[in-house]
Write a protein that binds this ligand. Structure first.
Ligand SMILES: Cc1cc2nc3c(=O)[nH]c(=O)nc-3n(C[C@H](O)[C@H](O)[C@H](O)COP(=O)(O)OP(=O)(O)OC[C@H]3O[C@@H](n4cnc5c(N)ncnc54)[C@H](O)[C@@H]3O)c2cc1C
Length: 346
């Protein structure tokens, strides 16, 4: 295995998959991934803008990545007040692991994939050194002219670059259970006493997941309390637990929370802070930023070209933020739910 490359990509989520699929074939790329055990907490719902972003780069979600049931509407539930409404939505339901695997097989022979966890980045004379612990336990140092942080909300690249980073992070906790057919569907759950953020319920084939984004302190208790209300008051059957997942999730609220990178290090996807602060939809941003950076590598000034491509994404996220009070301020949320504006009439 060679140890020097043009580019080292840390992570193999959708952002890394799209970057390596679109990168110029003359670039030698090492992709290191594997810090996470088990799945990533994610709804695995592709919004219309994600499907469009994929289409714009010539990709269509394959049938084997899609799962049932289809999403026709999402129920918004305030389990504090008992108010709820169904809102029509047109998302593609996918198996997140299969989706990531698909995107990460689209690269050419110029990309070498390695299972391992990168744990240290350093720089000397314009060359980057990335230390990684491989699956067998060995530690190896790789070098490259560029490092791409595609390592999500909890990755090391953003932390290495921006010691002053103050982006808001939540802890996402999620459990999977055997589906009881009566519970099949999709819901966005609010409960202000236990979380300033939101939770979700979604189904995939014969499984149902309940998860939420919580403040780090007391997150497990908050998760348990919401689960208790959903089972006791709403009759959800979460009795047969299959698995548990956890990760960090970012909530960009200021333009400076979204950062493209410096010198020879670039950030794509959630590592850059590219995620909706309102719905936590992030795959469309991962796709668009991965594609934009691959294109920037064909230009003379990579940094400037990529920064120019990130700016409209930053603006889009700031526009999405304007919806925040209507979903997260209890008073306004209740007005919206009471009005029934945009909801399915029952
Ligand atoms: C609970 C929850 C639900 C969500 N639901 C949706 C949804 O339904 N639809 C949607 O569009 N978005 C959703 N999102 C957002 C979406 O999951 C992210 O925006 C998206 O995964 C970001 O992709 P990425 O490629 O940037 O990073 P990730 O998908 O986070 O991938 C990062 C990769 O880097 C790897 N990694 C991290 N650190 C290291 C390291 N040190 N060394 C090696 N590898 C490393 C990880 O193992 C991982 O494979 C959700 C997020 C959360 C938290």
């Amino acid at each position: 295995m060679r140890e020097d490359y043009d580019i080292i990509v840390i992570g193999a989520g959708p952002a890394a998959g799209v970057f390596t699929a679109m990168a110029d074939s003359s670039l030698s790329i090492l992709k290191i991934d594997g810090s996470r055990e088990g799945g990533k907490p994610c709804g695995g719902l592709l919004a219309p803008q994600t499907v469009k972003a994929l289409k714009d780069i010539g990709l269509t979600v394959p049938e084997e990545v899609r799962v049932s049931p289809e999403v026709r509407y999402i129920r918004t539930m305030d389990i504090g007040t008992g108010r709820e409404r169904d809102y029509p939505r047109n998302y593609v339901n996918v198996d997140r692991e299969r989706f990531d695997r698909w995107l990460n097989t689209l690269h050419g022979e110029n990309t070498y994939e390695l299972k391992g966890s990168a744990f240290e980045i350093s720089e000397k004379n314009g060359l980057y050194y990335v230390k990684a612990r491989l699956g067998c336990g060995n530690e190896v140092t790789f070098t490259a002219r560029y490092v791409i942080g595609a390592d999500g909300a909890g990755g090391i690249t953003r932390r290495y670059l921006y010691k002053d980073d103050t982006i808001k992070r939540f802890v996402a906790l999620q459990e999977w259970y055997r589906l009881n057919e009566k519970d099949s569907g999709f819901a966005c759950v609010f409960h202000t006493p236990t979380s300033p953020s939101c939770s979700w319920i979604f189904t995939k084939e014969d499984r149902i997941a309940f998860g939420g984004a919580f403040e780090g302190k007391g997150s497990k208790e908050a998760f348990s309390e919401q689960k208790r209300i959903l089972t006791e008051r709403y009759g959800y059957d979460f009795s047969e637990k299959l698995s548990y997942e956890g990760c960090q999730v970012m909530r960009p609220f200021r333009k400076k929370d979204i950062r493209a990178g410096e010198n020879g290090i670039f950030l794509i996807g959630e590592a850059a802070g590219l995620i909706s602060p309102v719905t936590f939809e992030g795959i469309s941003f991962a796709v668009r930023s991965g594609a934009a950076l691959a294109k920037a590598f064909t230009k003379a000034d990579i940094r400037e070209t990529y920064e120019n491509a990130v700016e409209p994404l930053r603006e889009e996220i700031m526009r999405k933020k304007k919806r925040w009070p209507f979903m997260y301020r209890r008073f306004l949320r209740n007005l919206v739910l009471m009005s029934g504006y945009g909801a399915v009439r029952k």
